[in-house]
Design a protein around this ligand. Structure first.
Ligand SMILES: O=C(Nc1ccccc1F)[C@H](C1CCCCC1)n1c(-c2ccc(Cl)cc2)nc2cc(F)c(F)cc21
Length: 233
């Protein structure tokens, strides 16, 4: 039986990542807003573009706290941010959706999102992904590390020094692997299941531009930052 233990430096690394992850969150809670009232497709589109724009800003702040990220080549840092922003947003959305809520509220939230203006064809894959995240019952350490691992994907477009990214990602993968073994001794496959979600996440993120341009709204207005990150307009 493998004796797994977290080293002192791994504990420090995890604290840095989890603190940064919980600090750099969007101030206003979109789930609360959606539960408070029903918005029109136009209002929902505006809310989405606002949320997605501020999500990119908090993502940039979060990555500054990933040990080693700032010592990467500057252009590679940008390539990693650009390449992971959409996935980070869907992962964040899934984590928001998987939060424990008073009974019945998750169903209301799901209904509001289904009716938000997003076109039918994307609702199934999106909620399949969200529900697969819900079923993992991730703790915040796992959520923070999974987002960090997503950001540190070496084979994003235009990354020059992939080895340098791989080295940092491997540190995070090893830490997550240990956490999963310690957290779920009865589920030896749990770590593999977590990483499997990243494949689903990448597939869902392929549709992101279409999801926005097919939104049921008369005016698809995007912020300059979203045009940059979301390959729209
Ligand atoms: O705000 C959003 N996501 C989000 C962005 C940044 C940080 C945190 C976030 F939750 C949007 C809203 C926007 C307003 C209309 C309804 C969907 N959102 C999505 C989502 C994201 C992108 C596309 Cl193309 C389609 C849906 N899935 C959600 C699941 C949830 F549980 C949730 F609370 C909000 C969610």
């Amino acid at each position: 039986k493998e004796k797994v233990e977290i080293t002192k430096e791994q504990r420090t690394l995890m604290k840095v990542i989890v603190d940064a992850y919980s600090t750099h969150q969007i101030p206003q809670d979109v789930a609360k807003k959606l539960l408070q009232e029903q918005y029109s497709a136009d209002e929902n589109f505006l809310l989405l573009t606002e949320m997605a724009t501020s999500q990119v800003q908090v993502l940039v702040e979060f990555t500054k706290n990933i040990p080693g990220f700032l010592s990467l080549d500057r252009e590679d840092q940008i390539a990693l941010l650009k390449g992971s922003a959409v996935e980070a947003m869907f992962l964040r959305s899934a984590q928001v959706f998987s939060r424990k809520m008073p009974s019945g509220q998750t169903e209301v939230l799901e209904e509001r999102i289904r009716k938000s203006g997003i076109s039918e064809e994307f609702i199934i894959p999106m909620f399949n992904f969200y529900k697969s995240i819900v079923s993992l019952h991730m703790v915040q350490e796992e959520q923070a590390l999974l987002t960090t691992i997503t950001i540190l994907t070496p084979d994003r477009p235009y990354v020059k020094d992939q080895q340098a990214v791989e080295r940092i990602q491997e540190t995070m993968l090893e830490l997550l692997r240990k956490l999963c073994v310690l957290q779920r001794p009865q589920e030896p496959q749990y770590f593999a299941r977590l990483l499997g979600r990243l494949t689903e996440l990448r597939t869902l993120s392929h549709y992101h531009a279409e999801m926005l341009t097919s939104w049921r709204t008369n005016d698809h207005k995007f912020t300059p930052l979203l045009c940059e990150i979301w390959d729209v307009q």
